[in-house]
Every structure is written in structure tokens, then in C-alpha cells.
Design a protein around this ligand. Structure first.
Ligand code: CA
Length: 230
């Protein structure tokens, strides 16, 4: 198992490294965000342990960049701030788990192992699917019950995002931020509008199939079929 630790506090970084190495894990350490991001993008790791506050690029930015580059290595974010708002912020930005400082090494190891065991979320597969829907990230083909569905580029990006995060609830603001980040011509209801288009094409056009785009009343949208209905 190969781990990347991005942590600027040398004492903490080095003790994590020692601990992992005693458990026979292979460890790379980066003491700043820029180096960490370079390592993460150029090497293959099983888990990235990422400090939230870093000189240069901070942890949230690194998460965002990795996910934007379609790098889905599990990320455990370390933070001195443990308020709920921060946890949400981190998870929104693509971290998979969170650990507040100070933490025990045993806890860190357990979390890292749990993340590494997680079925690799389609990271290397070009085929994403849910129920009778499949999306191919290489050929840009989408089909439901084997029938091709034609989507615009933005509908495709939105669907890909939803498939990679199925089961999670997102508000329309979060969807806008995650799928349309850095675009200037977005309106407050952009995500809602595109969800409507998508819903017509992948759900309403297939009335015999279970709906995939679900509204979680008062919270937002959840993609996929809930375990109960499988
Ligand atoms: Ca720090």
C-alpha cells in the first residue's frame, strides 16, 4: 500500500511516516501544497493524507484540483478545525474522510486502511453505471436499457458527476459549484434547469425504469436507486 502524506508540520509528517513504515506501508511525504499536488498527480497512491492548512496551495484547493483532473484517490483530510462547517466544506471539495487534530496514530491508520479497502470507485474504469443506465467516459456514450441517449456536453458532465457521487444528496448550489465551477455565465437556477433536461432524457423517456434523479425534500437531489428499492 502506498500513501502520500501532505503535511507542513514536519514533526507530524515525520511521525506519520515512521508509523506507516513500521506497518510496512510505502510513504511519500510532501511538506507543502505545490509539491504535494505534483506528487499526487504524477504517482499512483492508495490513499492521500492531506492537511487542511498548508503553505502554498491549501488542502481544499488540492482536493478540488485532483478531482478536476479525474484523480479519485481516496483523500483523508487532517484539520485543526473540527467545526461542522469545515467538515462539510472538505467533503464538498472532494475529501473522502476527515480527521481532526490531534488524533491518535491508531485512528489514523484505521481510517487510512478503511479508505484503501473501499471499492475503487470506478477510478480507472471508463464505464460508469447505475441500474440500466451506463455512461462511457471515453466514448461519451450514454445509454439506458441499451438504448443510446443523446446528451449535450454539460448534461454529460452533470450526469458523470452524479454517477461518481451516487447516493449523496447535493443542493442545487453545490451542484452548480461542483459541475460549473469557474464558469462565468451561470445563473442561480442553472443546475436545476440541467437536472430537468437530464431527467427528461434518462428518466421520463424510460417510464418503465426506476427514476434515477430523485429529489430529497428540503435538501436537494440524490442520484441513484436507494438500497431499499433495489
Ligand atoms: Ca498545517
Amino acid at each position: 500500500m502506498k500513501i502520500l502524506v501532505i503535511e507542513d508540520e514536519k514533526r507530524i509528517a515525520d511521525s506519520i511516516r515512521k508509523g506507516f513504515e513500521l506497518k510496512s506501508l510505502v510513504v511519500d511525504v510532501a511538506y507543502d501544497g505545490q509539491t504535494g499536488l505534483d506528487f499526487a498527480l504524477n504517482e499512483k497512491y492508495d490513499v492521500i493524507v492531506l492537511d487542511r492548512m498548508l503553505p502554498g496551495f491549501d488542502g481544499l484547493y488540492i482536493c478540488q484540483q485532483l478531482r478536476k483532473e479525474k484523480n479519485h484517490t481516496p483523500i483523508l483530510m487532517l484539520t485543526a478545525k473540527t467545526e461542522v462547517v469545515d467538515r462539510v466544506e472538505g467533503l464538498d471539495n472532494g475529501a473522502d474522510d476527515y480527521l481532526g487534530k490531534p488524533f491518535s496514530f491508531i485512528e489514523l491508520l484505521a481510517r487510512v486502511r478503511a479508505l484503501a479497502r473501499r471499492p475503487s470507485q470506478v477510478e480507472n474504469s471508463s464505464l460508469l453505471s447505475e441500474d440500466s443506465l451506463t455512461l462511457n467516459t471515453k466514448t461519451y456514450e450514454v445509454s439506458r436499457t441499451g438504448q443510446l441517449v443523446s446528451l449535450s456536453k454539460k448534461e454529460f458532465s452533470l450526469l458523470e458527476f452524479l454517477l461518481r457521487n451516487k447516493g449523496q444528496v447535493f443542493t442545487k448550489e453545490q451542484l452548480t459549484e461542483r459541475v460549473w465551477s469557474f464558469e462565468s455565465d451561470i445563473l442561480p437556477n442553472t443546475a436545476q434547469v440541467y437536472l430537468g433536461y437530464l431527467r427528461n432524457k434518462i428518466d421520463k423517456d424510460f417510464p418503465k425504469e426506476k427514476p434515477l434523479i430523485n429529489t430529497s425534500r428540503g435538501f436537494g437531489y440524490r442520484f441513484g436507486i436507494s438500497e431499499k428499492k433495489r
